[in-house]
Ligand binder design. Structure first.
Ligand SMILES: [Zn+2]
Length: 224
């Protein structure tokens, strides 16, 4: 669905996402698709570096187009890089989200304009997640924030009070196997933490965060 920057900002607030807006996040000149991105799901990435904020916004080869829609920093703060278009998925696909009635299809190489891209700051050297795993891996607060952000987007993308199912979240390596390795954790593991946020982030954010922390402590290797 076409989702305006204003709706994204509204949904992030409703889902208690801890965020700030990168200057220019809603400017027309950063959007290669002129507001015609048609979102169907979410893609998870790790940055494979640290302090990526300026690179994603200004330093990437396609700037002023941004290299992701969102960045989750070391502290867990979400930075909204673009409320409209961005480049992040690249070559890959096609992909199909099963749906009652008719499946949702994303054509080959069209991931950028169909999927929100979330970059999580981490070197991606280990799949392990925990309090002290950053920068080789991800820390727990990054997982909490990413799950809340996904919950907000799963709701923003569907045109009713309902949210998309967690299966609308995929990793970059699922889109481009062989070419990409991010993110390292199993997608089923991600679906579990995002599911917790989807259920509780809006009305009981403290409960959601504590349940996610407990889950991560129990499954620190990013698999079930
Ligand atoms: Zn990636």
């Amino acid at each position: 669905m076409r989702v305006k920057p204003k709706r994204i900002k509204y949904k992030l607030k409703r889902y208690n996402v801890d965020f700030r807006l990168m200057p220019g996040w809603n400017h027309k000149r950063i959007d290669p698709y002129n507001g015609r991105s048609n979102f169907k799901g979410i893609m998870l990435h790790h940055t494979a570096g640290v302090n990526s904020e300026r690179y994603i916004a200004y330093g990437n080869p396609y700037a002023p187009v941004r290299a992701a829609h969102f960045l989750v920093t070391e502290s867990g703060k979400v930075v909204v890089m673009s409320g409209s278009g961005a480049y992040h998925a690249g070559r890959g696909g096609p992909w199909r989200f099963p749906r009652r009635g008719r499946d949702v299809r994303i054509p080959k190489d069209r991931g950028n304009a169909r999927l929100w891209g979330i970059e999580i700051e981490s070197l991606g050297k280990t799949r392990r997640v925990g309090k002290n795993e950053f920068p080789e891996g991800m820390n727990t607060e990054q997982i909490v924030s990413t799950a809340f952000l996904c919950a907000a987007l799963l709701n923003a993308g569907r045109w009713s009070w309902r949210s998309w199912p967690v299966s609308r979240v995929i990793s970059h390596k699922m889109w481009a196997p062989g070419r990409k390795i991010d993110v390292k954790q199993d997608i089923e593991w991600w679906h579990q933490v995002i599911g917790i946020a989807r259920r509780h982030a809006k009305k009981r954010p403290e409960l959601a965060a504590s349940q996610i922390r407990t889950f991560v402590a129990k499954h620190p290797k990013g698999r079930l």
